[in-house]
Design a protein around this ligand. Structure first.
Ligand code: CA2
Length: 141
């Protein structure tokens, strides 16, 4: 089984800034834990601060992988292009947010993603990615 983990803008700063909201672990360190937990899964991790690169990655993995775990970060609240890309691909997509977007500023309550994904996980920290992977794994059985 092949799963792509795609992170949007500024998530390359995880573990370096704003630990009270986003924790103190880098995503690269978390990927080591995730891959150790699911040895049978082939993971690809992609992070970009650029909207079009995220669209390209969704298209690339969405037609060749078994699932995508996507945290579009701030583009969640702005990007019609990312929403359209998700709707266009075959692979199931799970939206993950580390923080609880519904408990924060009003602008974070608007999502161009939630309506086109299979499901959303918000506010459960990095564990949200693992929960998303488990759900995708279940879809294969
Ligand atoms: O909670 C999430 O996962 C978010 O997708 C994170 C985005 C935010 O715009 C969304 O509303 C919710 C922001 C990612 C910024 O990540 C940082 C990590 C460390 C330090 C600074 C920013």
């Amino acid at each position: 089984m092949k799963i792509a983990i795609i992170n949007g803008p500024n998530l390359n700063l995880l573990g370096k800034r704003e630990p009270t909201i986003y924790g103190n672990q880098s995503f690269e360190d978390y990927m080591d834990i995730l891959t150790a937990k699911f040895p049978a899964i082939h993971f690809e991790y992609f992070q970009s601060n650029i909207e079009g690169e995220l669209v390209n990655a969704i298209q690339q993995f969405g037609f060749s992988f078994d699932g995508i775990v996507l945290n579009p970060a701030a583009y969640t609240h702005t990007s019609v292009a990312i929403g359209d890309a998700i709707a266009a691909v075959n692979a199931p997509v799970v939206e993950v947010h580390i923080s609880n977007v519904h408990a924060r500023e009003d602008f974070r309550k608007l999502s161009y993603v939630s309506g086109v994904v299979d499901g959303s996980i918000t506010g459960l920290g990095l564990m949200g990615y693992e929960l998303a992977v488990n759900w995708l794994l279940n879809q294969q059985k």
